[in-house]
Design a protein around this ligand. Structure first.
Ligand code: ADP
Ligand code: ASP
Ligand code: MG
Length: 413
């Protein structure tokens, strides 16, 4: 008998009929003789509605109250899911994050899980029941409710699977797996049978919303096999796992896009030691994640400094940097929150030159101007004007022939 963690996303729980359907998927797993721990998101659209109300009442809603508010979404679905399971004759018990407890740090709205108590869940499992746990939420060190960042239920599910030493973690969603790119943008996108933790971490961190990045990091660290599959259809979905010989040998595995970032530029920064630290340090102190960083070659003792931050932190970072810029005697602070980051990812590019060039060629053929470039061993990212997002993703999907099976692609040498 195996232990499976099954997580259902918001679109799979959007109304009562869907919750009933998700409960049936839990029962199918039970009928196979497996133990199940269920993790749920809020009903589809609920978290967005709560955010909207908060923003209508406060310019920059305080993080602690935001968590208190957003955690209510998952409290609705745990109880409804437990009821649906009980109606079908199964012992089930719902748990809010603090009732488990899922212990986190104190960084409200993007807390990290430190530790999970297993006892309450084990008691239910040992009695033959089905625990239903609220995703996305935890208990902070001072007793406050915390949340794990948007999409955080995925992380709850994988962290629980690791803590309980589950055999697999199944992420049920509205697509039947991980695709070569967001199937909502490119109809020809192909489902991947399997993908490495490494590639999935890149795709998730570069904007593929199908899994929250921390979930994949956890899965990689604790070697939890994760399967993304459809709540509504059949099929084995996509397995996320360590690199295997049998895996498709693609040069490029997928394309991700991210429209949740903003670009900050400091013009005319004195070119001397300590400047990068003064700027990035100010953001880090406010727990703002800085992503791509570019500093030009200095000229006449001055240089420009550009970086990206999550769009939700854009206003805060601009306010924060205003006094810093004065202090370091920079000429101007500018920025844009109308940008998109488009990335090409694949472990195959390790041994091949030419991926970046093919990417730049495809974008230039479409007249798309590149504002920033970043590369790592297995990815190339560019920042472009947000109005080109879909055009750029489609052009790149075509240029790398991701609509074709791997062995029919024309590999560059
Ligand atoms: P849930 O509510 O189940 O958590 P999400 O909306 O968070 O679902 O994630 C599923 C969505 O992720 C899909 O509907 C799809 O549009 C999007 N997505 C983005 N990139 C990919 C990709 N490479 N493969 C599959 N889905 C993707
Ligand atoms: N309900 C939260 C969100 O919408 C968490 C999740 O769905 O994973 O972001
Ligand atoms: Mg999600």
């Amino acid at each position: 008998m195996a232990l499976i963690v099954q997580k259902f996303g918001g679109s799979s729980l959007a109304d009562v009929a869907k919750i009933r359907h998700a409960a049936e998927r839990v029962l199918t797993e039970r009928e196979r003789g497996n133990d199940v721990v269920v993790v749920v998101s809020a009903m589809g659209g609920q978290t967005d509605d709560l955010v909207e109300m908060a923003e209508a009442l406060h310019e920059q809603p305080p993080d602690r109250e935001m968590d208190q508010l957003l955690a209510t979404g998952e409290q609705v679905t745990i109880s409804l899911m437990a009821m649906a399971l009980q109606q079908r004759g199964h012992a089930s018990r719902s748990f809010a994050g603090w009732q488990v407890a899922v212990h986190t740090d104190d960084v409200h709205t993007k807390a990290r899980i430190h530790d999970i108590d297993r006892e309450n869940l084990r008691t239910v499992l040992e009695a033959g029941g089905i625990p239903v746990v609220a995703g996305f939420q935890g208990l902070g060190p001072d007793g406050s409710v915390t949340t794990l960042g948007r999409g955080g239920s995925d992380t709850t599910a994988v962290a629980l699977a690791a803590a309980l030493e589950a055999d697999e973690c199944h992420i049920y969603t509205d697509v039947d797996g991980v695709y070569t790119t967001d199937p909502r943008i490119v109809a020809e996108a192909r489902r991947l049978e399997a993908i490495t933790f490494e590639e999935m971490i890149e795709l998730a961190s570069l904007g593929a919303k199908v899994l929250q990045i921390r979930a994949v990091e956890f899965a990689g660290k604790y070697n939890v096999p994760v399967r993304v599959r459809s709540t509504f259809g059949e099929g084995e979905g996509t397995l996320i796992t360590v690199e295997e010989e049998a895996m498709e040998k693609a040069l490029v595995s997928g394309i991700a896009h991210n429209e949740d970032e903003a670009k900050v530029t400091i013009i005319g920064v004195p070119d001397r030691p300590g400047i990068a630290h003064a700027v990035i340090g100010a953001a880090a102190k406010a727990s703002i994640n800085v992503d791509m960083i570019i500093q030009n070659q200095g000229e006449h003792g001055k240089t420009d400094f550009t970086f990206t931050v999550p769009r939700s932190d854009y206003r805060q970072v601009m306010e924060l940097l205003d006094p810093v810029c004065k202090e370091i005697e920079a000429e101007a602070l500018t920025g844009s929150d109308r940008i998109a980051k488009i990335s090409v990812v694949g472990v195959g590019m390790r041994n091949h030159a030419g991926v970046a060039d093919r990417m730049f060629e495809a974008l230039s053929n479409e007249g798309v101007n590149i504002q920033m470039i970043a590369t790592s061993e297995i990815k190339v990212s560019v920042v472009v004007d947000q109005k080109y997002t879909e055009l750029a993703v489609r052009a790149l999907h075509e240029a790398f022939e991701l609509d074709k099976p791997v062995d029919e692609r024309d590999h560059i040498h």
